[in-house]
Every structure is written in C-alpha cells, then in structure tokens.
Design a protein around this ligand. Structure first.
Ligand SMILES: [Zn+2]
Length: 426
C-alpha cells in the first residue's frame, strides 16, 4: 500500500504489524498472529505501545504493514568492500581470497578506504541498519591505516563498531598480544579485539595470550573462528574448554564456526552447551560461507558451510546472521541489506516463521553486544527507530521487500518505494 510519511518529526504510527518475538508475552492475538500495534513517539523516543483498537487520527496509519526495529549488521568488512573490480582471486575458496586481498592492499590509501567504507555504511543506513560491526584487518601488530580511517567515519542513525582482525600468530608473544590489546583499548568507544583462528595457524599458546590480553584491557571479543569444514579445526573446542576453566569478564562473539558442522554431533553438542553457559554469541555468515566452503572449480558443492544454527538456538546460544564480505575477493556479490542475508539463511538452514521469529536474527543488538535480554525493542523509553516494509506481507517477507521507510528517532530519514509497476499483455 502507499504509505505517505513526511520527513518531519512524527507523532507515531498505527496499525503496525510487529514481529511476535518483539512483543510482550501477553500481547493479544487474532487468528494465530499478533494484533497490530499503535506506537506513539515523543522527543525521538517511544512514549506508548498498545494493541490497535480505536482509530488514532494523529498517527500515521500503516494498514498492517510489517515493521521491525532498526536492523543490525553484526559482521562486515568495510576495509575490503567494493574491491572486486580489481581483486579477482586466482582460485575458489577462502585462502585464495586472502591472497587476492593482499595483492589489492597496494591501492588502500586513506581516500580509497574512506570512499569505499562510506559507501557501504550509506547503503546499510538506507536499508534500515542502525548498528554495524566491521572487522578491520591488521597486517602488523600496530593499527593499520583502515583502523584509523574508519574512526573518522560517521553516518546519522548508525552506531559503528570496529574489530581488530589480527592473525592468531600475532598473539604468539605475550608482549605483542598485550600491545595489540592496549592499542585497541586506547582507540576509543566501540572497539573490540578479534582474531583469525584457523587450523592453518592454530597455536593454543597464542590463543591463551589473546584471551588474557583482552581480559586485561577489558575488551569484548569477536573471533573469526573455525571458518572451514574440517574436523581438524579445534578453535571452538579449545575455547569452550578454556572458558569452562577460566570465565571471560567481557562478551564474546564467535563468527563463522563452520567446523561445528563437520565434527561429531556429540562433540558439537558439548561445545555448544559450554559456550551457552558463558553467554557466547554465534554469528553465522550464510552468503560467504556457502560461497567459500567446499569450493572446488567445476564441482557442485556438497556441503553448506553453515554453522549449527538450529542446535545453537536449542542450546540457548544467542544467534545472529551477518553479510560478511560484500563485493570483494571473498564474495563478488553481496549487499548491505540484512534482508538479503536472512533470505539466504532461511533457505540454507531451512528456517521457518521468517517474520515472526527469524527476523530477530538481523535485529538483536543485545545479542551482539552482550547487553543481555533488554526486553522489547518497542518498549516505552526506547529510541523511536524502526523500519517499515510498505509492500510486504509476512509470507513473502524478506523476499520482494526492497521498498522500505526508515525512521530514526521519530523522523523519516530514508525512503525507497515502488513508484509504478506495469504489465503489458498482448
Ligand atoms: Zn568475516
């Protein structure tokens, strides 16, 4: 339907169809789905949330359109993005993509990095993303240019987090590990420590140094861990066992975790149970993993490359889906639209109830930051920031859902609509 919103502060919206996961448990239902909601705004915040009943002439009537809170992009690589035109890998798979990226680094001037990263951030914002976490490769134990350049990047409506993505080998020396963690801690707000942990660089001593240095500098962690379909990958097994002996003071996200799908069911269950106890969040990257895992020229992939999303959910582990690489040597396609990521994940992992349940996988900021269950994102007092899908219904969403209106602190800031659709019949 045509929903007309002015780019001025709004009083609120009425007849909005919110997802079941974001509503209080006692929210009324009708025909097996939640009643639509009326939401009032005041000074950029939500001042009232109630089931739709009487007409509210001062609110903007959405006619049952789907509405989500601001979207979360939990895992991007803004330093590499939009380089595919000059960075073609020589072979399929993750390690060839890493080699191509190193070739492309000669072009990474401050202006080049800034222009590409700003473009990615702008696309994400226009799609309704309000929180974006980017990993940034460190090529030496000191902050790279991209780390510094990204600190200057701002976009209204988006919180940007930076993760230092350092190869595990940098942490082999306790002294170097400490200096990396110190540099991250001294980089200001929204900075985390990360690492690339793979069977090709596995070193338990370096892993321990990484954990200890992060704890010492009070940093949260987001690890690229076990991004491979190999039963010899030991990162997550090691981490689960380590945390059971030595609880970590901050929050940990584990990105990828593909190898969980390769080992035994029994071992995966034990690892997931231990990670759940430590409130570790798992981030699956369906597009890149489908593309880079089990990738052999001329052969259809047999394996999906996806971590155990259903088993993780059953174990009580917070789960998110991210885009990972966008238009670079790792992934020549991709977008900064979390709906594209979710659509890929729904089919790859065979997930159902896309809007009412799975939309949480692209909205749950608390799962990303470890803030804990924060109640409904539409609760009174929260920011009046949300995304309206004017042409979607819950059965086709997230497909055919490019049209959207993004509200930031009670004000329309982006809008993408279908203007016309023609049919020519002979
Ligand atoms: Zn990544």
């Amino acid at each position: 339907m045509r929903i007309s919103l002015p780019p001025t502060p709004l009083q609120g919206i009425s007849n909005a169809r919110l997802p079941a996961w974001a509503l209080p448990a006692d929210w009324p239902q009708q025909n097996g789905e939640p009643l639509t909601a009326d939401i009032r705004f005041d000074a950029g915040k939500i001042s009232a949330l109630m089931p739709s009943a009487q007409p509210q002439p001062d609110l903007h009537h959405l006619g049952g359109a789907l509405v989500l809170p601001g979207l979360t992009e939990p895992h991007a690589h803004l330093d590499k993005t939009f380089t595919i035109g000059r960075s073609q890998p020589a072979a399929p798979g993750l390690l060839a993509a890493i080699a191509a990226m190193h070739q492309d680094r000669q072009h990474w001037s401050a202006a080049d990095i800034h222009q590409r990263a700003a473009r990615g951030l702008a696309r994400a914002a226009a799609n309704g993303v309000t929180h974006l976490r980017t990993h940034i490769d460190w090529f030496a134990p000191t902050p790279p240019l991209a780390w510094l350049e990204m600190a200057t990047l701002t976009r209204p409506g988006i919180t940007l987090e930076r993760v230092a993505l350092a190869p595990l080998g940098f942490f082999a020396s306790a002294e170097t590990a400490d200096s990396i963690a110190r540099a991250v801690a001294q980089s200001g707000k929204h900075c985390l420590l990360g690492g690339f942990i793979h069977s090709s660089n596995w070193d338990p001593l370096a892993m321990e140094n990484l954990m200890l240095s992060a704890a010492r500098w009070q940093l949260d962690l987001d690890l690229h861990i076990d991004e491979e379909l190999s039963d010899s990958a030991t990162g997550l097994v090691w981490l689960a066992e380590y945390l059971s002996r030595r609880p970590f003071p901050g929050h940990i996200c584990c990105s990828h975790g593909c190898a969980l799908a390769s080992g035994s069911e029994q071992q995966a269950k034990q690892v997931l149970a231990l990670l759940a106890e430590q409130r570790v969040t798992l981030i699956a990257l369906p597009m890149t993993n489908l593309l880079l895992q089990d990738a052999v020229t001329g052969r259809t992939p047999r394996q999906r490359g996806l971590t155990l999303v259903k088993e993780a959910t059953a174990a009580g582990i917070p789960l998110l889906l991210g885009c990972d690489n966008v238009q670079d040597a790792f992934c020549p396609a991709g977008s900064y639209d979390p709906l594209d990521t979710l659509a890929c994940g729904l089919f790859a992992a065979q997930l159902d109830h896309a809007f009412d349940q799975q939309s949480r996988l692209i909205c749950d900021v608390a799962a990303l930051t470890g803030a804990g269950p924060g109640g409904s994102p539409f609760a009174v007092g929260n920011a009046a920031s949300m995304v309206i899908f004017p042409d979607s219904d819950r059965f086709s969403w997230p497909l055919n859902s490019a049209a959207r209106q993004v509200i930031h602190h009670g004000r329309l800031i982006y809008q993408r609509m279908w203007e016309q659709e023609f049919t020519y019949e002979s």
